[in-house]
Structures are given as C-alpha cells and as structure tokens.
Design a protein around this ligand. Structure first.
Ligand SMILES: [Zn+2]
Length: 139
C-alpha cells in the first residue's frame, strides 16, 4: 500500500500519475496509478508481458528493447527447451520463456541458444527451420 496525501509536505512528491495526490518521495506511484504510469528512473527493467505482435501499437508501455539488445549471449542458455525444437509452437514457447528470463535477448541470441540443442553438423535442416521460425516470430 502506498500512502497518499492531499497536500504536499516533507518527503512527499506529486504522484507521477494523474490522480493529483502526493506520495512519499521514495514511492513510485500511488496504488491507483500503479501500472498506468511509465517510470523513467530505470533502476531495473520492468517485467513486461512480451507481446511480440502488438509492439507497434502500444509503444508507451513497452520497455526500450531496441537498445542494449543482446546479440550474442555470454554463457550457456539459461533455460532448456522442454518441447520439440521442430514444432513452431514449442519453439515459440521456449523463446517466450527465454525472453521472460531476459527481455534483452534478440532473435540472434535465441538462434544462438538453439545451437546448443541442435547439432548443426547432423541436423542442419532442423536448425534452419528453427532459425526461420525464431526470426519470423521474434525479429
Ligand atoms: Zn497516483
């Protein structure tokens, strides 16, 4: 619960939402404005549902994913695929889980992770199909 005040005062600031109330300086928004206001202080990326398709229409609440995207991830893939890397649905599900883990992963990074689980020497067709699906859905 965020305490709200009708008047300004010590250690209070105007809520960045449009409620017109005052809140403690360390609060980000009051309860009625939570989620409606984009906080620009950028301490850590907010958890966003990654709606890949509707990115263009609701630009206001999307994190700034264009900058600082990870092209080549350092280290191993954090999450093993649970499904079949030939099935588009399973591939997209896995990518969504990875993006939830780190929204900065680019399509390149997702493809890169796929190489950990698909032997490109023996399964190049499978890998190409995987790459096509990932780039189609997450580019
Ligand atoms: Zn408010």
């Amino acid at each position: 619960m965020t305490k709200t005040y009708k008047e300004p005062g010590r250690a209070r600031k105007l809520c960045p939402g449009n409620c017109g109330l005052y809140i403690h300086v360390r609060s980000k928004t009051c309860d009625s404005c939570v989620g409606k206001v984009e906080i620009t202080e950028s301490t850590k990326p907010q958890k966003q549902k990654s709606k890949t398709k509707s990115e263009k229409t609701n630009t206001t609440k999307q994190p700034k994913r264009q900058q600082n995207r990870i092209l080549t991830p350092a280290g191993k893939c954090p999450i093993k695929p649970s499904g079949n890397l030939e099935a588009p649905e399973d591939i997209e599900n896995w990518c969504n889980v990875l993006l939830k883990n780190n929204p900065a992963f680019s399509a390149d990074a997702l493809v890169y992770f796929g190489r950990e689980f698909i032997d490109i020497n023996n399964e190049i067709d499978k890998f190409r199909n995987f790459e096509k699906i990932v780039r189609g859905a997450f580019a």
